[in-house]
Design a protein around this ligand. Structure first.
Ligand code: HEM
Length: 189
């Protein structure tokens, strides 16, 4: 996994825990890298697992919740870092349609060692979209958080629901629908 993801996760933990608690966490966590990551470097997925475990223990949250919250932060960070890739999009659906062929393909072109997932548009109906996520890392909660970060970025509230594939643990389907006033519970009579 790219160092950018590790660095972003450390920033996320710093915001949640503060600097002293993060320093203590890094001093105790059995990290082969010692916690010194560069954004262009690549580090083993297991190293991220160690950091995630330490982060969850410090935050008192389970891994799926931590990853989803981190995903929201990560989208903001990626959109800022890669303004040249995200800045041209005007809305959620427009970006999601081109996640593979433009955004992650560009990440691969810049960093050939990046391990990006696959997102296939299964169908679109009006303002709703159904995406299939495929990755050997199966980071479904992170993908869900990134999607939520994307909705926030464009200020287009959506709901996201996911279903695991019946037989393949590396595939998930995301059902993404615009949040209507009725679904929000804020509809007035
Ligand atoms: C809603 C939008 C997005 C979703 C759902 C998404 C999803 C993901 C997921 C789930 C991963 C983790 C790796 C895996 O699952 O195998 C990932 C990795 C990554 N994505 Fe995205 N992504 C989104 C937008 C972006 C954007 C806007 C950028 C940058 C412009 C970006 C750049 C990256 C990079 C650099 C990695 C790390 C690759 C590595 O560690 O080797 N993504 N993405």
């Amino acid at each position: 996994m790219k160092g950018l993801v590790f660095i972003s996760f450390l920033e996320f933990l710093e915001l949640r825990l503060g600097v002293p608690a993060l320093e203590e966490l890094l001093a105790r966590a059995p990290l082969a890298s010692g916690g010194a990551f560069t954004s262009v470097g690549s580090y083993p997925d297991e190293e991220f697992g160690v950091l995630l475990g330490a982060g969850c223990a410090a935050l008192g949250t389970e891994a799926p919740e931590t990853l989803e919250e981190f995903g929201i932060y990560l989208f903001r960070r990626l959109a800022w870092e890669h303004e040249e890739l995200v800045g041209g999009y005007r809305g959620v659906l427009e970006l999601l349609r081109r996640l593979d062929e433009h955004i992650h393909a560009s990440v691969k072109a810049i960093h050939p060692d990046a391990e990006v997932p696959e997102f296939e548009v299964l169908r679109e109906e009006g303002a709703s979209i159904v995406l299939e996520y495929r990755s050997p890392r199966a980071l479904e909660p992170l993908a869900r958080g990134l999607l939520r970060g994307c909705f926030e970025h464009f200020d287009e509230p959506h709901t996201v629901r996911s279903e695991p594939h019946a037989s393949d643990p590396h595939r998930f389907t995301f059902f993404i629908d615009p949040l209507t006033a009725a679904a929000d519970g804020s509809a007035s009579a």
